[in-house]
Design a protein around this ligand. Structure first.
Ligand code: KIV
Ligand code: NA
Length: 275
């Protein structure tokens, strides 16, 4: 999948499928369907994989470390890494330096960053340098402290207008796509109609050009908060935890390992001589 492939999907109105991955096994899992178009090393890495309370503590070095593993497990999908909180707001120069690290060391093909018109100069410069940028509007989890939590965005006329303006400004700055998080479905469809680049929605209704979910949410492999927009397509946690418990039980009651089928045997003559 290249930017051209994405454009073709968009032109044909074929919904684009994107999923997060955080390491080698999740990248293999995400790549296992030919229908996966995009893999995101999201900064949700912080909560889902590293146990942080929010994305804000996540460092660029941590994203790079995980992105490299994702790159090793990714086959056909186009790859994106989130620029973590604090890695791009100080200056355009800081953003370029860090986006280059994500591409060179993290081995991803593009970056995503949160923000509206205020980050347009950063987007423009990164695109000039040759790093494709996905923008991220609507709910911006890196701002959860100033927003007093994770809330649906764009529910008032003023905030809906601002979202459309932001989306257009980011498109003008050269973003190849815009992620739209947690907005009313009407606005998700409307912003998609106003743009000439694909939108990827999460909690933005069915009217966007594509959808993204956190892999552990869709697989049901973690027990964190389940947002309204999450659909569980599998229930891995149940399967996994019951596997762990069965193993521990078998160790405890001595039934694992089986002395015949799960153990090696010494030649009996050698064993006599050994004794
Ligand atoms: O970090 C993340 O997982 C995201 C979601 C919107 C997919 O950015
Ligand atoms: Na993110």
């Amino acid at each position: 999948v290249t930017l051209n492939t994405l454009n073709t999907l968009y032109k044909n109105k074929t919904p684009i499928s994107m999923v997060t991955a955080y390491d080698y096994p999740t990248a293999l899992a995400a790549s296992s369907s030919i229908l996966t178009d995009l893999i995101l090393v999201g900064d949700s890495l912080a909560q889902v994989c590293l146990g942080y309370p929010s994305t804000n503590e996540l460092t660029l070095d941590e994203v790079i470390h995980h992105a490299r593993a994702v790159a090793r497990g990714t086959t056909h999908p186009f790859t994106i890494a989130d620029m973590p909180f604090g890695s791009y707001h100080i200056s355009v120069e800081q953003a370029v330096t860090n986006a280059i690290r994500l591409v060179k060391e993290g081995r991803v093909e593009s970056v995503k960053l949160e923000g509206g018109a205020e980050v347009a100069p950063i987007v423009r410069k990164l695109v000039e340098v040759g790093i494709p940028v996905m923008s991220h509007i609507g709910l911006q989890p890196q701002k959860h402290i100033s927003l007093s939590g994770y809330k649906v965005q764009g529910k008032t006329v003023e905030s809906a207008r601002k979202l459309i303006e932001d989306a257009l400004t980011l498109q003008d700055a050269g973003a190849y796509s815009t992620l739209v998080e947690a907005v009313p479905k009407e606005l998700g469809a409307y912003v998609t109609e106003k743009l000439r680049i694909p939108t990827i929605g999460i909690g933005a209704g069915p009217g966007t050009s594509g959808q993204v979910l956190v892999i552990d949410d869709l697989l049901g492999s973690w027990s964190g908060h389940k947002a309204k927009f999450v659909r569980r397509f599998a229930n891995l946690k149940e399967v996994r935890d019951s596997g762990i418990h069965s193993y521990a039980e078998a160790v405890r009651d001595g039934s694992f390992p089986n002395p015949e089928s799960e153990s090696y045997t010494m030649d009996s003559e050698e064993w006599e001589r050994f004794l």
